[in-house]
Ligand binder design. Structure first.
Ligand code: ADP
Length: 258
């Protein structure tokens, strides 16, 4: 890596990468990877150069969500060359392992992998590097917030109280280490039936209230949507669709714009 790394309180930037944005959640299964993936795609659609680093070593989903299962190669400097899909540079444990192999590593090794994913990958010139963090406030998140100069973090939650409780814990960890919270994305905000009636399956207004409490913008509200789930499963993130064909794609466009 070059000598042009700027440092701020022990945190270093990644040469060539303009903005590093973490996507975090307290709880698992709230759609953090879905949001990271589609935000990356929506940002790339604006013409930006985007990378996505799946830091969820224990539950990586990038290969599935981007529909690619290539093994990354190394360049002559021994850096990993990221996999490219839908115009986005990707790094994930899911490229290094068989589908059914669990990641069995303890904290210190997880920390080393995380550093490697960030520092020993040929990210090149990027406008945005999105970090899909694991859920919670463990070793990997701590390593990242203490060593990487993040532009900020986006908090993903559902409107449900159990998700919000954990989202608050994650938010206070970021506040403690002086990472800017860029805003909240409320996922699974409602389900809209064919007749246009909205059902607040996980409750109402949780994301709005959390954004107000944190005094940060509510960046987006994404409904529960069958097509969003299907797109995730077949490797074509919904944000790739034209905004006129999908309200969810339109919502991601708006979220990325904010
Ligand atoms: P996390 O990264 O927080 O564990 P995922 O992004 O893997 O969550 O999402 C969990 C599950 O919910 C996945 O099966 C995903 O396809 C699905 N999912 C996420 N968001 C939505 C949504 N808005 N509508 C429908 N399914 C969703």
């Amino acid at each position: 890596a070059g000598g042009d790394q700027s440092t701020a309180g022990g945190k270093t930037s990644i040469p060539g990468v303009k903005q590093i944005i973490a996507v975090a959640s307290g709880k698992g299964g709230v759609g953090k990877s879905t949001i990271s993936t589609n935000l990356a795609v929506a940002l790339a659609k604006t013409g930006a150069k985007v990378g996505l680093c799946d830091c969820d070593l224990y539950g990586p989903s990038t290969a599935q969500m981007f529909g690619t299962k290539q093994q990354p190669l190394a360049n002559e400097r021994d850096e990993i060359i990221p996999i490219e899909a839908h115009g986005i540079k990707l790094m994930s444990m899911s490229f290094l392992l068989d589908d059914n192999s669990p990641v069995i590593v303890r904290g210190p090794l997880a920390t080393r992998y995380t550093q490697q994913f960030l520092r020993q990958v040929e990210w090149g010139e990027l406008d945005y590097l999105i970090l899909d963090l694991p859920p919670g406030t463990g070793d990997i998140q701590l390593t990242i917030v203490q060593t990487v100069a993040l532009s900020g973090v986006v908090i993903v939650t559902t409107p449900q109280e159990v998700a919000l409780i954990d989202a608050r814990k994650a938010a206070s960890m970021f506040a403690k280490v002086n990472v800017d919270i860029l805003g909240v994305v409320e996922n699974m905000a409602w389900f809209e039936c064919d007749h246009g009636t909205r059902y607040p399956i996980f409750g109402e207004g949780g994301g709005v209230r959390e954004a107000e409490r944190l005094k940060v913008p509510l960046l987006g509200q994404i409904p529960i949507d069958v097509q969003t789930r299907e797109c995730a499963d077949n490797g074509t993130p919904i944000a790739l669709l034209s905004e006129t064909n999908s309200t969810v794609s339109a919502a991601f466009k708006e979220t990325a714009a904010k």
